[in-house]
Ligand binder design. Structure first.
Ligand code: SF4
Length: 464
């Protein structure tokens, strides 16, 4: 049964990676709470330190993604929604600098030497593993193992899913087929069912939910608008130029010359580049469903809002429908590049965006499902091999392509209306993605040990 709420899937936080920054920051914050509880019970007298160990993809691409900074920010008690991104990107930049996070009066020293990147072994069950240990006089007091399972969601070893909603939805479904049956049995439209589920999961009224969806969409819109204004080179040493502004300037030229297809593509490209470049620069974005794929849905929303004048209320409901696609993929496969490769991130985002396009253009649930299926099907096999562990190459252009593919998937789905049931269903393609991702070599799952990350001599050491 799907119990994920819209607001768990779409979270505001700093770039560049939801599994490498948002998740670890949340984990460190949870650990901080445990340390505070411990000091309340046993006192804080002693020589305390916290050690952080990063394994798997968190180690392999952690430097490039800023995982070390996210952990330290979490130990300071910062949370992704409100952390100051400038302060965050300055952390651990100077060798030997000592930070003093305050644990209710006890200031505990923390330096870069308190973070250990294990590039060779991961003895744990998930590719994104983070271990935090409280030490007193160099002896462990207690430890916790956290898994960053994609999109900023965190699981703790031996505990129930930390981000799992304990409330139940009003209408149960676990995939598209069961959703279709429920819609038919209850005689409900898809947006009605999803809104009623959100009220049950969050305790909010429908009006409050719509308002909060609007707030999330505003952060997305700002990420597009800010990104369209900026120029220059992105941080990280790859010398990747921001291109959103220049691409947007091309839109008018294309339109003036009657090149309408080019103008449409340039718009979607520019909007997707804008948010993805903001994400790569560590600015605030929304996990959609992850930070690596955060450019696609804002781009499609911006196109529908700004260029197609789709009403705000329709967009909000459309984003709720897009979330439903994300819920099903997350529940039955994964939205994590470290687990299943980029098809799980950019593929999922494109699938969600195809559903958004379809809903906003009047598609029924069958057409929405077909659009989502087509978009996901044509991302199957896509590898995750970011160069230097930065979310720049191939990630930024991949978002632009994802937005274009989403639009085309909607067109393909709309164009086949009346032909009968598609050969491949949405549920089937989700299962194929899960199997394909499992078969994919670990080299292509955010480990920086293959593909673009190593082929052209970039080396596989983070920060190299
Ligand atoms: S290649 Fe894809 S999955 Fe990997 S970090 Fe980039 S956007 Fe995310």
């Amino acid at each position: 049964m799907i119990c994920t709420s819209f607001f768990e899937l779409f979270k505001i936080g700093p770039g560049p990676s939801s599994s490498h920054t948002v998740g670890p920051m949340r984990a460190a914050n949870l650990f901080r709470e445990l340390v505070l509880q411990y000091f309340t019970h046993y006192g804080a007298a002693g020589n305390y330190r916290i050690r952080c160990e990063l394994y798997g993809a968190l180690a392999a691409t952690g430097h490039g993604h800023g995982t070390h900074r996210a952990v330290l920010a979490g130990l300071f008690g910062q949370i992704p929604q409100t952390v100051n991104t400038e302060w965050l990107s300055s952390l651990l930049e100077t060798a030997g600098e000592v930070y003093m996070p305050d644990f209710s009066g006890l200031k505990m020293p923390f330096t870069e030497h308190d973070i250990f990147f294990d590039y060779t072994h991961n003895p744990y069950r998930h590719p994104n593993t983070l271990k935090l240990v409280l030490l007193n006089n160099f002896r462990p007091v207690f430890e916790r193992i956290y898994y960053s399972v994609g999109g900023g969601f965190i699981e703790e070893e031996g505990a129930a899913t930390l981000s799992a909603n304990t409330k139940k939805p009003r209408y149960e479904y676990h995939n598209m087929d069961s959703l279709l049956l429920t819609l038919q049995a209850q005689n409900l439209h898809i947006d009605e069912l999803l809104l009623q589920n959100e009220t049950a999961l969050t305790g909010l009224t429908e009006e409050e939910i719509m308002e909060r969806i609007g707030q999330i969409m505003e952060v997305m819109r700002q990420s597009v608008r800010q990104g369209l204004k900026k120029e220059g080179i992105l941080p990280g040493g790859l010398h990747v130029y921001r291109r959103a502004k220049g691409m947007y300037e091309k839109v008018q030229q294309h339109a003036q010359h009657g090149r309408h297809a080019e103008a449409l593509f340039a718009r979607l490209n520019a909007y997707a580049l804008a948010t993805s470049e903001e994400n790569a620069a560590g600015q605030m974005v929304v996990t959609a469903p992850t930070n690596g794929a955060a450019g696609i849905l804002p781009a499609c929303l911006e196109y529908l809002r700004h260029d197609c004048s789709v009403p705000e209320n329709t967009l909000r409901k459309g984003l709720l429908v897009a979330a439903m696609i994300g819920f099903i993929i997350k529940d039955n496969a994964s939205i994590s590049g470290a687990e299943l490769g980029c098809m799980a991130e950019v593929g999922s985002a494109a699938s969600m965006a195809a559903a958004l396009f379809s809903y906003c253009n009047g598609g029924d649930i069958h057409e929405i499902g077909t659009a989502a299926e087509i978009a996901l099907e044509h991302h199957l096999g896509m590898t995750c091999d970011p160069i230097k562990g930065l979310v720049q190459i191939p990630c930024i252009e991949r978002n632009a392509n994802g937005a274009i593919k989403a639009y085309n998937a909607y067109l393909l789905a709309a164009g086949r209306a009346g032909i009968g049931k598609p050969v491949i269903s949405f549920d089937q393609v989700v299962e194929v993605m899960r199997q394909t991702g499992q078969d994919l070599s670990h080299k292509y799952k955010e480990t920086a040990t293959g593909g673009l990350a190593t082929t052209f001599g970039w080396g596989n050491m983070p920060g190299s």
